[in-house]
Design a protein around this ligand. Structure first.
Ligand code: FAD
Length: 522
């Protein structure tokens, strides 16, 4: 949605107050800005109708109490103040003064946006002397921002192995790679943001060890950084294949800005034929992006259907057909035995022309540092519901963290953008002493051309899969159940249902429901 669209009534000219139904926002405009006007009890609020993430249309989202959630990627904002309450929202929404005269409401004057959390209860604990964050990705950036948003004034340092600013990683395989988003959209926040908020971002800084006893970390180039509280947010690394030819210069992975840019450079240098090894979410997103750049795209994977393990056969087939209709050629049930300068060879002897090869066969959590530090591990870094590891004063968040999930009653680890951000936020608050359990329902999206799969919950296995709608028409909801319990729901083009499912699962989470005993921490 464009910010310049004039939608609904001109709120500066005023509307009759009885046009508003309590709790149901009305979409109007003030000048060029789309605005949501809401009655909340005896008062009125007006906030931007444009999500502060990817500009999603908030009027099509879900209102829950005094909050509104974006239909696209589930960011949550306060309707009363515009305050961002849940990722992936990056900033608070612009807001306006509402005046009432003679039963008419007028929205005219823009107010200062909220830059500090307004709902944070006063802290009784002493704040930490300093916070050190290892990892400049989704969780690390969100944690640093939350510390400052919560009013923490002590030193905050991010040590990031990447040489870029913390990137909007989904863009690296989607819009930026497709050429439909400018480079300016890649950093989550600009350099000036970190300076202004006094967050010391040390790029290209790889941490090689942690000395938990002395509360310090050491970098590969020999520097030492002390901490009072430490957050590990080291993310994941792409799985490397042992295939002969994997080291050739036209073979790429997709994790960092450099990775994405090197693929774009290969296209700009004239690459015409791409082979994607791996029919994974990222592999298929890359396939869509390269089709948008008019390359011939072939996808090779050993499975019978793409994404079946996560989404089930019907959605897997629908997504395969979607890609085939866009010209992608699949070679499923096959592996690559050799990569050569201009070809890849499949296990049936077939040769596919390839001047660009992209590997998308999954990731592994980057846990070497946590292992070295002696933290308790379980296919990831084991944390309690406050995201604290087995070592005092060390927290973990994002792709590396395995946490006790209230909804499934299991310890789970996922690789989702929004989960990493929300965990970074919760870990930051808990470092400040708030002791808030991480209760958010997992959510991810995956964009393929104009179709987005939205997925809430977590189902590693299911005994019943219910489909409402028609996956082949890309209009459906798929429910994954185990023993009658709804574990997860994937939707295409049913954004409101996805939001409602998230809220329903949150409400079920009001009481903890662990099948496993929570981790006992040292
Ligand atoms: C191309 C791509 C597209 C994606 N698309 C989607 C999507 O559409 N939807 C979705 O839900 N999820 C998506 N994801 C997944 C999502 O991006 C991740 O789940 C998320 O980034 C995890 O956040 P994180 O903070 O745990 O790790 P990351 O964002 O990976 O950040 C980890 C950081 O730690 C740094 N680091 C690692 N080790 C060290 C060390 N020893 N010392 C210092 N720094 C270190 C890394 O350099 C990096 O800066 C995508 C991922 C990729 C790669």
């Amino acid at each position: 949605m464009s910010k310049s669209l004039k939608l609904g009534p001109d709120l500066a000219a005023g509307i009759a107050s009885n046009e508003l139904i309590e709790g149901k926002p009305l979409l109007g405009h003030v000048g060029q800005d789309a605005v949501l006007l809401t009655q909340l009890g005896d008062t009125y609020s007006a906030v931007s109708a444009v999500c502060a993430h990817y500009h999603g249309p908030l009027e099509k989202g879900l209102v829950v109490g005094e909050t509104v959630r974006c239909p696209w990627h589930h960011a949550c904002f306060s309707l009363r103040t515009g305050e961002v309450l849940a990722a992936p929202g990056l900033t608070s929404l612009p807001r306006w003064q509402v005046e009432r005269h003679d039963l008419r409401l007028y929205v005219r004057d823009k107010l200062q946006p909220i830059t500090r959390a307004v709902r944070t209860p006063p802290l009784s604990a002493t704040p930490p002397a300093s916070v050190l964050i290892v990892g400049g990705g989704a969780a690390g950036e969100a944690a640093a921002t939350t510390l400052r948003f919560s009013g923490y004034q002590g030193p905050v340092t991010i040590l990031s192995a990447e040489d870029s600013l913390p990137p909007d990683r989904p863009n690296l395989s989607q819009d930026y790679l497709a050429g439909t988003a400018p480079k300016a959209w890649v950093p989550i926040r600009g350099e000036a943001y970190f300076e202004k908020n006094n967050i010391a971002l040390k790029r290209a800084t790889h941490v090689s060890s942690i000395d938990a006893a002395h509360k310090s970390v050491r970098t590969s180039d020999g520097r030492e950084f002390g901490y009072d509280r430490l957050l590990l947010a080291t993310g994941a690394d792409p799985v490397k294949l042992p295939t002969p030819g994997i080291e050739l210069p036209h073979v790429h992975y997709v994790r960092t800005v450099t990775d994405s840019e090197s693929i774009i450079q290969a296209v700009q240098a004239g690459a015409k034929n791409a082979v994607i090894i791996g029919a994974s979410f990222i592999g298929l997103e890359v396939a869509a992006a390269l089709r948008a750049r008019n390359l011939e795209v072939h996808v090779v994977g050993p499975e019978a259907r793409p994404l079946e393990r996560v989404l089930g056969p019907q959605l897997g087939d629908a997504i395969r057909t979607l890609h085939e209709n866009k010209g992608v050629v699949f070679h499923l049930g096959h592996t690559v035995t050799n990569i050569e300068s201009h070809h890849v060879l499949l296990n049936d002897g077939k040769a596919l022309a390839a001047d660009l090869v992209v590997i998308g066969v999954g990731v592994r959590p980057a846990i070497a540092l946590a292992e070295q530090a002696g933290l308790r591990m379980d296919r990831g870094v084991l944390v309690d519901e406050y995201l604290q590891t087995s070592a005092p004063h060390i927290y973990a968040a994002g792709d590396i963290a395995r946490w006790p999930d209230r909804h499934t009653g299991m310890h789970i680890r996922v690789e989702h953008w929004v989960v990493a951000q929300r965990q970074g936020q919760t870990a930051a608050r808990n470092m400040l002493g708030y002791q808030q359990p991480y209760k958010a329902i997992p959510f991810f999206w995956s964009q393929h051309y104009d179709a987005a799969v939205n997925y809430v919950g977590h189902a590693e296995t299911w005994d019943s899969l219910e489909i409402d709608g028609d996956p082949t028409q890309l209009d459906c909801a798929v429910s994954y159940k185990l023993g009658g319990k709804l574990l997860a729901r994937a939707t295409i083009n049913r954004d409101l249902l996805s939001l409602k499912t998230e809220v329903q699962m949150e409400m079920e989470n009001a009481e903890p429901n662990f099948h496993h005993v929570a981790v006992t921490l040292d």
